[in-house]
Design a protein around this ligand. Structure first.
Ligand code: SAM
Length: 334
């Protein structure tokens, strides 16, 4: 029998779901994430190498009880070594569940190789079905690439394909029902995410955010929605609703108005090797410096446990003195 030390915090939560950002770069410029001109990307030497990422993933899985590894970014498909990172994670014993969150651009080419490397699942971000709205929201004319990527993911057996959508008032909030119909027709599982204050340009305004209640109201004229068994939710961020009696479902992630921090089981590793115990954490723990100074796996594991032990009970977005984290979503890894 194996014996693990786990990533526990002071509030009884255990982090088993690791989100690894493999690059802060992106080929889209979604307005809820970054400004049109992009950001000052991390310089190459600051990024963990493929071997460094795989070493830290192995410490998390083999010493700290992590059971799920999700590669994200930035746009993870921009990282050339991604299939190798997936293969290295898939070779671990115990083998974690391996997924990616992607904007889908490049997936038409990469879905097959990633599945062959051991990828189990993926989430593709799709906020609109209108090429014009896509161009406005993501500031690039790439909708057809995303749709091709989604189809390729299904063909490669990366099912059920999950789709993430963020609704923005006056831009794509009228598309809620259309997005759901599109996903139902293709067997994709749609989840709407409330916009969070994580954009680099600090443009988020509570009054402008499309709330979970509004998302449900937008869907209800077209679909009958009934809450799924709450016992089945576990630590999943999405509240699931049966569509027209089921078995199809739609998810709503009310990160701001319906926070789920009490059951959070996530921990994040940034592309430059910093552990963040929350998307909204003010502090990070520098594993890259330890790694490059020759730390042993035990030393890395101890530092990682210390980072998670200090996790706060909630993300604080609704607290009066809330301050947006210094790092934008693209650098932290969504
Ligand atoms: N580039 C990949 C993608 O587009 O899926 C992975 C990184 S992206 C930061 C991960 C997810 O975070 C996407 O579904 C995106 O829509 C979501 N996201 C980005 N900024 C957000 C924000 N301010 N609020 C809510 N979700 C956001």
């Amino acid at each position: 029998m194996r014996w693990y030390v786990v990533l526990a915090d002071a509030f009884g939560r255990i982090a088993t779901d690791l989100r690894v950002s493999v690059t802060d770069r992106c080929n889209l410029r979604c307005s809820y994430c970054m400004p049109p001109e992009g950001l000052d990307w991390l310089p190459g030497p600051a990024l963990l190498t493929d071997d460094e990422v795989s070493r830290l993933v192995s410490v998390a899985v083999q010493r700290l009880g992590v059971t799920e590894v999700r590669f994200t970014g930035g746009e993870p498909l921009l990282r050339r070594g991604l299939p190798g990172l997936v293969a290295a994670a898939a070779a671990l014993d115990p083998r974690p569940e391996i997924s990616i969150t992607t904007n889908g651009i490049g997936l038409a080419r990469l879905a097959g190789p990633l599945a062959a490397a051991g990828l189990d699942r993926l989430n593709v971000s799709l906020d609109t079905l209108s090429p014009q709205t896509f161009k406005e929201l993501a500031r690039r004319d790439r909708l057809s690439d995303v749709l091709a990527g989604l189809a390729a993911a299904s063909e490669a057996g990366l099912t059920p394909v999950k789709v993430n959508a963020v609704l923005m008032r006056g831009i794509n909030d009228h598309e809620a029902a259309g997005l759901l119909r599109f996903c139902l027709d293709r067997g994709y599982q749609l989840r709407f995410i409330e916009q969070m204050p994580l954009d680099a340009q600090h443009g988020w305004r509570r009054a402008n955010m499309v709330t979970a209640d509004e998302i449900l109201a937008r869907l209800s004229p077209a679909f009958s929605l009934t809450p799924d068994d709450p016992g089945a939710r576990g630590s999943a961020p999405a509240e699931a609703f049966l569509v027209d009696g089921g078995p199809d479902r739609v998810g709503v992630i009310g990160s701001v108005t319906r926070p789920f921090c009490g059951t959070c089981d996530r921990v994040r590793l940034t592309a430059d090797g910093q552990v963040r115990n929350c998307l909204f954490a003010a502090d990070e723990t520098d594993l890259r410096a330890l790694l490059r100074a020759g730390a042993t796996d035990d030393q890395l594991a101890a530092a990682w446990r210390g980072a998670v032990a200090g996790k706060l009970p909630g993300h604080g977005i609704n607290d009066p003195g809330f301050l947006q984290p210094g790092r934008p979503m693209s650098a932290i890894g969504g």
